[in-house]
Design a protein around this ligand. Structure first.
Ligand SMILES: NC(=O)c1ccc[n+]([C@@H]2O[C@H](COP(=O)([O-])OP(=O)(O)OC[C@H]3O[C@@H](n4cnc5c(N)ncnc54)[C@H](OP(=O)(O)O)[C@@H]3O)[C@@H](O)[C@H]2O)c1
Length: 342
């Protein structure tokens, strides 16, 4: 496919456009100059007729149905997994290429699970359905994958500090509401999460599995293995929700096959696409406020991990906006490759 074909205007649908990820997708489609001919902002029947901002103007939200998916060239699915399971095959049958943000297809061997900077070559065959990985997985692997290529990853230990917006717009609004309640002396109410997020931290709210892990932790284990192509990779994870609006942080402890020095790791990370080293020795380490609304995954505190086999371990701190690189931005990067691949 030629560059001219890549620039041909497409009919693009964002499904879940009213949500936290969907709104970011609208923003990045415009700011990255994705070749949008017609934009369809689609959500549930509840939101139909409302308006959203796009490209300096307003678009009217349409309900997801058989009529609104006709003629779609590119679909960014940003609704729940059940909606994706039902509508991704219908979109593909109607001729669209589909990037799905939900967990519905991530472990389906027929559907590539892609972070373009890591395994973007899986897009060359121009699949019609691609799964966007879990946000904590993307933010962790953006740092771990280039180090793996250089030193051979043997083990990941990850502890996450996850923003409330990882649970969608209502969760972000709940934290903001709790801050207002507290400031005005009212009782702090929790509805989206079981516990207040304001002035609190708790283990990730996803369902518990029989082995005692929660689903978020299991996603990081399984998806990391799949994306890196390391079926036997040892991965230890604890996922935690923190009272942050947007941008997840992950404390990573990585053990490698080959010896690794922090300076050598910094050199690798400094050259890695989509990563920005924030050297705490020249100021403050990266934090969620620095990463919020930005495209890059920030990495700080690269140091020796004394708990690993001597000389083979690194500890580091990685932070990224999970609504962007962890979701909408990664999805649009995939879509950009899909319209130029082949
Ligand atoms: N938030 C993150 O950081 C993040 C990161 C990675 C992946 N994801 C995934 O991205 C997806 C969207 O997450 P989010 O955080 O943006 O959630 P959200 O803020 O709750 O938004 C959900 C969106 O889905 C729409 N929707 C719900 N049911 C629908 C239906 N039956 N038909 C059509 N649209 C429907 C909603 O429309 P209405 O407004 O009409 O209800 C809304 O636009 C989820 O699968 C999530 O797991 C999220």
């Amino acid at each position: 496919m030629t560059g001219a074909t890549a620039k041909r205007p497409r009919t693009v649908a964002v499904i879940g456009a009213t949500g936290a990820v969907g709104r970011e997708a609208l923003d990045r489609l415009h700011s990255r100059a994705f070749p949008v001919g017609e934009l369809r902002a689609i959500a549930s029947q509840r939101s139909a007729g409302g308006t959203l901002r796009f490209a300096g103007g307003q678009v009217t939200v349409q309900a997801l149905d058989d009529r609104t998916i006709q003629g779609v060239d590119v679909a960014i699915l940003a609704a729940d997994a059940a909606t994706s399971r039902e509508w991704a095959p219908r979109l593909v049958a109607a001729g669209a290429v589909v990037v799905d943000n939900s967990s519905a297809f991530r472990m389906d061997p027929k559907v590539p699970l892609v972070v373009p900077e890591i395994n973007g070559d899986e897009l060359v065959c121009r699949p019609s359905l691609v799964a966007n990985p879990n946000c904590t997985t993307i933010i962790s692997l953006m740092a771990a994958a280039p180090l793996h290529r250089a030193f051979g990853l043997r083990r990941i230990t990850a502890c996450s500090y996850q923003a409330v917006s990882g649970a969608g717009l209502p969760a972000m609004q709940e934290l903001e509401g709790q801050a207002k309640q507290w400031a005005t002396g009212q009782p702090v109410e929790a509805k989206v999460f079981r516990r207040p997020t304001l002035f609190n931290v708790f283990p990730h709210d996803s369902p518990l599995l029989p082995d005692g892990s929660n689903e978020e932790e299991t996603k990081l284990v399984n998806e990391s293995r799949r994306i890196l192509g390391l079926n036997e990779l040892r991965v230890s994870v604890t996922c935690v929700r923190v009272p942050v609006r947007r941008a997840h942080a992950v404390a990573l402890h990585l053990e490698f096959e080959r010896p690794v020095e922090p300076d050598a790791a910094r050199q690798v990370l400094a050259k890695a696409d989509g990563v920005r080293l924030v050297d705490e020795r020249a100021g403050a380490p990266a934090d969620p406020l620095m990463a919020a609304e930005g495209d890059a995954v920030l990495v700080s505190r690269v140091r020796r991990d004394h708990g690993a086999t001597e000389g083979h371990g690194l500890a580091l701190w990685t932070v990224g906006d999970q609504l962007l690189k962890g979701a909408a931005l990664n999805a649009i990067q995939i879509a950009e490759r899909l319209i130029t691949a082949g």
